[in-house]
Design a binder for this molecule. Structure first.
Ligand code: OGA
Ligand code: MN
Length: 298
């Protein structure tokens, strides 16, 4: 009897042979041997998703992928968010936001100073980012590391007294909070147009959020976008936020990533905050980011 050919449109992709290895750090795991140019079947996807939730950050090594694969993989985790700075979106792929210090023909090709303060991506919108995927395109010979801090470990180790003071409290987040900060003086930061400003009205989120997929609690304030705590006088709000920030970046919660060519980093913005350390300005760095939409923080 002749074998019936399997219908290629319904046959699941074969499993890929890849390893997930936890980093020797506060958080994160390395994914080795996965090729995002190849199809990813539901079982492989579930392994990656599970490891991401467990470790907060995945370092997917050696991803020689184009914008299409970067976007397709990102979309499997949820709808993508388009950044308010439209001038830095990749041509024909608005889902990709360019982070770069490169200036071409007098024009910056991307946001040059993204992540100079600790932050969770897009905490300033109603539906902050669930996770982001940052793909190395061009790396400097030195510098350009990215730091990540577990806000779940930070919450779990918060002194009782501090935990009680933030119980049930909410804070305001705004994109423009530090947009024109001193540190950006002399940097090519585009002025926000009235349309862009209208897109980034301040929002309110709980200071402690419960992760919608794991149930784990974490701190959800950051020095980049959080402006003040609701219901507190300005000086008290400032002092309390300063205490939380100091605690949230204790060395034991931090992993420092030194980029390798073709790294794709995928972090959970509901569990971590991150910081760009920057590189000497004469060196060229270019990264591509996709941003996955999350839930209303609760
Ligand atoms: C980001 C970000 C940090 C870096 O892509 O969201 O903050 O080191 N990047 O480029
Ligand atoms: Mn960021």
């Amino acid at each position: 009897m002749p074998a019936t050919p399997l219908n290629s449109t319904t046959r699941p992709a074969p499993s890929q042979d890849f390893t997930i290895r936890p980093l020797e750090a506060a958080l994160g795991a390395e994914v080795l041997g996965l090729d995002l140019n190849q199809p990813l079947n539901p079982e492989d996807f579930a392994r990656i998703h599970g490891a991401w939730l467990e470790h907060g950050l995945l370092v997917l090594r050696d991803q020689r992928i184009a914008a299409e694969q970067h976007i397709d993989f990102s979309r499997r985790f949820g709808p993508l968010q388009v950044h308010v700075l439209k001038q830095f979106l990749l041509a024909n792929h608005p889902e990709v936001f360019i982070i770069s210090n490169i200036v071409e023909n007098g024009q910056p090709i991307g946001l040059g100073d993204a992540g100079k303060f600790w932050h969770s991506d897009l905490s300033y919108v109603e539906l902050p980012s669930k996770g982001a995927m940052l793909l190395a395109q061009q790396l400097p010979e030195e510098g350009g590391d990215t730091l990540f801090a577990s806000q779940q470990q930070a919450y779990e180790t918060l002194p009782d007294e501090l935990r009680q003071r933030i119980e049930g409290k909410r804070a305001v987040h705004s994109y423009t909070a530090r947009y024109a900060d001193e540190v950006f003086k002399g940097v090519r930061r585009p002025t926000l147009t009235p349309t862009q400003l209208a897109e980034v009205k301040p929002v309110v989120h709980p200071i402690v959020r419960t992760h919608p997929e794991t149930g784990r609690k974490g701190l959800f304030v950051n020095e980049n976008f959080t402006t003040h705590i609701l219901g507190l006088p300005e000086d008290e709000s400032k002092a309390l936020l300063a205490e939380l920030y100091a605690h949230s970046i204790k060395p034991q919660f931090i992993y420092r990533h030194q980029w390798q060519a073709n790294d794709l980093l995928f972090w959970d913005n509901r569990a971590l905050i991150h910081l760009a350390t920057g590189c000497p300005s004469h060196l060229r760095r270019r990264m591509h980011r996709t941003t996955i939409e999350g839930d209303v923080p609760v």
